[in-house]
Ligand binder design. Structure first.
Ligand code: 5GP
Length: 129
């Protein structure tokens, strides 16, 4: 069972920003930038291009809605999107509020307090439609 499945089942906590029957979005615990969010299908699958076309499209649709909320909640030049999965083998889309190219480099990290995580998650959730 992946660490993200444990988040989905509530076994471990997360700063959740959006959820429906098939997807969940929560803040990355080690963010590249303030508001860095992960969008995750609840059905555990390792690689994104092993998803069916339908499941892939649904993931992109949900990510689109999360990105719109993120853009409203966190001032930035644009939302960067990336899929890697080398650390956690459970499909996830990284959405990163980006101002400079280094925001999309996964060696570039910011430290946030618990209060900051809580406030950002609430603000993204408020803007999610
Ligand atoms: P990737 O698998 O795409 O290389 O990276 C996995 C991402 O998941 C990393 O950005 C890492 O910070 C994040 N991550 C790993 N474990 C946890 C966790 O327990 N909770 C949350 N919210 N994020 C995690």
């Amino acid at each position: 069972m992946s660490i993200f499945t444990k988040i989905i089942t509530g076994e471990i906590p997360s700063y959740k920003v959006a959820e429906d029957d098939d997807f969940i979005a929560f803040l990355d615990i080690n963010p590249n930038a303030k508001g860095h969010t992960l969008v995750v299908p609840k059905k555990e699958e390792n690689k994104i291009f092993d998803l069916s076309k339908e499941a892939y499209s649904s993931l992109m649709d949900f990510s689109y809605r999360v990105a719109k909320a993120l853009e409203k909640a966190v001032p930035c030049q644009r939302i960067g999107m990336s899929v890697i999965g080398l650390e956690v083998p459970h499909v996830h889309v990284h959405l990163v509020p980006t101002n400079v190219m280094s925001d999309m480099q996964f060696t570039h990290k910011v430290k946030l307090s618990k209060d900051e995580f809580v406030a950002i998650a609430a603000s993204i959730a408020d803007n999610f439609e």
